[in-house]
Design a protein around this ligand. Structure first.
Ligand code: NAP
Length: 588
């Protein structure tokens, strides 16, 4: 039994959640921690506690209940603990309670912290920042179809340029690092540079990706995307990608396939019970979240990418003010509002409780209390669609009725208590999800190459890059008519059907220059068989782009025929390789 607390009072009833053998166990009478937070924190916390309690009461009719245990951080803590904003006993309580939720905190100026939140993450080693982003009907959004966004972002929280290893220009430390980098590592950079270090480890990457994949499994998600900038930062971001795939293979081999396998082995049809592991370059990911958000599900990112991406995606669904979040380690989860303390609105019963509210929804899901979580997610859009909203939405929705924080909570509670057919709504959602997945699958089956390109997949093999619409001609065809065929189809070569020996051939535009014009032969009388190159050199469809490029270079070819078994099924040209690398970059 742990030592008594000074100011924290454990509820007389209820038990703490525990982690046993890596598994979370939440008792039905659960003690859960909360931190009220500063500024608008008390307003939103009071409102949310009422909504969460109402949802739990409705969903379980008294069988389950949360017994709240208040813990202290920020200004309230400073008042109780002699000016200490981050007391040790709160850290101990957050560890012992396993699950907690917190409002926003003021960072004390000159308090020796970069930020209280950063301090908390470091002290408790909360290495995964989890941000679900989805749209709720009625919430104003800049997108035409915001409902297509439904992702959960797992951002690594401890490494990368956020590790705090920085050397200010002009300091002796900077001078030492500069000297080492220039003299020993032969690095070149401008004088007077500030220097920051970007550590990304296999350990840090794998524990994050493990959490992301486990989440995808637990929540029936379709895919996990590793988001990285590995084409430029090969040994940090590129390594993140490689370690992510490695982890998926080593620890989740039986339940995951790569996107490459999805296309090559399964022809685009996602096998039952398997999650697809894919990767995207960060800048393409930002585009994709605007153009094809429905293709993405769970995202795993290094620290900096995740910071940018989570805010950008939240803004797409109008959710900057209502985006929820959590910081999680193997043993502790702290759910939190993602906005700040908005001090100008403190104690005015004015602001939107959405961010904290949905952090609580995440928390209920994490606890396995899905029915209570679903109740809130389902009534929220109904209330907002009725135009009952706080000031921030009211200024964006014409004709809306502006209410205060607590009145908004009242409206939610009224709906929750009013009875809602949870099962029917859930069934409708599930059916919609299955329908959308089927549509994506059909697109992958029918036009794999187009799907790869339009969903931002960097091609890895010639099979993913080739032109499939092959134009073939027979040996007996004249060059004149073959040239017409090439012109009409706007192709630079035609494949020649196999001869008696079963050898395929090819005629290219270059052949017309060298073997017809330069050789001074007639296009009308010369036949394809007279100038075709045979046998046609071909490579298997799964040949890597690097290997294909080696062949193009070594043999001085400008195109390769792509074979499946003894059939020629496509052509890859230098231009195809060029276009792919221009678009996606080149990742080692
Ligand atoms: P902020 O508190 O997030 O407020 C910026 C603006 O966002 C507000 O003025 C308001 O916009 C809007 N806003 C924030 N929360 C809202 C809510 N619940 N409902 C409706 N609108 C909301 O950011 P800040 O002013 O930069 O930071 C203030 C303090 O918060 C600082 O001490 C900072 O360190 C701290 N902070 C804490 C956390 C955290 O604890 N997680 C995070 C960020 C910042 P309008 O003015 O347009 O109405």
């Amino acid at each position: 039994m742990s030592a008594a607390y000074r100011h924290i009072k454990l509820p007389a009833v209820g038990e703490k959640a525990v982690i046993r053998n890596g598994k979370l166990h939440v008792p039905d009478q659960a003690i859960i921690g909360f931190v009220e937070g500063d500024g608008i924190g008390p307003d939103i916390t009071k409102a949310c506690l009422r909504v969460w309690d109402a949802a739990v009461a409705k969903a379980y009719a008294g069988r389950r209940k949360i017994h709240w245990c208040e813990t202290f951080l920020g200004e309230k803590a400073a008042g109780l603990y002699d000016g200490n904003y981050c007391p040790d006993e709160t850290l101990r309580a957050l560890r012992e309670l396993v699950i907690s939720i917190k409002g926003p905190l003021t960072t004390p100026v000159g308090g020796g912290f970069r930020s209280l939140n950063v301090a908390l993450r470091q002290e408790l080693d909360l290495y995964a920042c989890v941000r679900p982003v989805r749209h709720y009907a009625g919430v104003p959004s800049p997108l035409k179809q915001p409902g297509k966004v439904d992702v959960v972002i797992f951002r690594e929280n401890t490494e990368d340029v956020y590790a705090g290893i920085e050397y200010k220009a002009g300091t002796p430390e900077n001078a030492r690092v500069t000297k080492f980098l220039r003299e020993e590592m032969k690095a070149k950079f401008f004088d007077g540079s500030g220097i920051g270090i970007k550590p990304i480890s296999a350990f840090g990457t794998k524990r994050l990706v493990r959490k992301a994949i486990q989440y995808a499994i637990d929540h029936g998600r379709e895919s996990v995307t590793l988001v990285h900038k590995g084409n430029i930062m090969k040994f940090t971001e590129g390594a993140f990608r490689n370690w992510g795939y490695e982890l998926a293979r080593e620890e989740f081999g039986s339940v995951t396939i790569t996107e490459e396998q999805l296309y090559a082995e399964y022809k685009g049809k996602q096998p039952e019970g398997k999650i697809v592991i894919k990767d995207r370059i960060a800048d393409i990911m930002f585009q994709m979240m605007l153009l094809r958000p429905e293709e993405f599900d769970v995202l795993a990112t290094p620290n900096l990418n995740g910071d940018y991406l989570s805010d950008a995606v939240a803004a797409e669904v109008g959710g900057m003010g209502i985006a929820p979040g959590a910081n999680i380690s193997d043993n502790i989860a702290v759910f939190e509002a993602t906005h700040g303390t908005a001090p100008k609105y403190a104690n005015q019963n004015k602001v939107n409780p959405g961010s904290l509210l949905f952090s609580g929804v995440m928390m209920l899901e994490y606890m396995g209390w899905k029915e209570a979580a679903d109740l809130i997610s389902l009534v929220y859009p109904e209330v907002v669609s009725d135009g009952i909203v706080t000031y921030d939405f009211a200024r964006q929705i014409e004709g809306a009725k502006e209410v205060g924080t607590s009145q908004f909570a009242d409206a939610l509670i009224e709906r929750i208590q009013g009875g809602i057919d949870l099962e029917a709504k859930r069934k409708a959602q599930q059916e919609q999800l299955i329908k959308e997945r089927k549509q994506r699958e059909i697109r992958r089956l029918l036009q794999p190459m187009e799907e790869m390109v339009s969903t931002g997949r960097a091609p890895q093999t010639v099979g993913e890059l080739m032109t499939r619409a092959l134009i073939t001609v027979g040996d007996g065809e004249t060059i004149e008519s073959t040239m017409h065929t090439m012109h009409q189809n706007n192709v630079s070569c035609v494949v020649v059907e196999p001869n008696a020996q079963g050898e395929w051939g090819i005629v290219t535009r270059r052949d017309i220059v060298t073997k017809i014009v330069y050789a001074n032969r007639s296009t009308a009388t010369t036949k394809v068989k007279d100038i075709a190159s045979r046998p046609l050199f071909s490579v298997p469809v799964e040949t890597s782009l690097r290997e294909a490029s080696r062949l193009l270079a070594d043999r001085n070819f400008s195109r390769l025929a792509i074979a499946q078994g003894d059939k020629i099924i496509g052509i890859v040209t230098e231009t195809d390789v060029f276009n792919a690398v221009e678009r996606f970059g080149w990742v080692e």
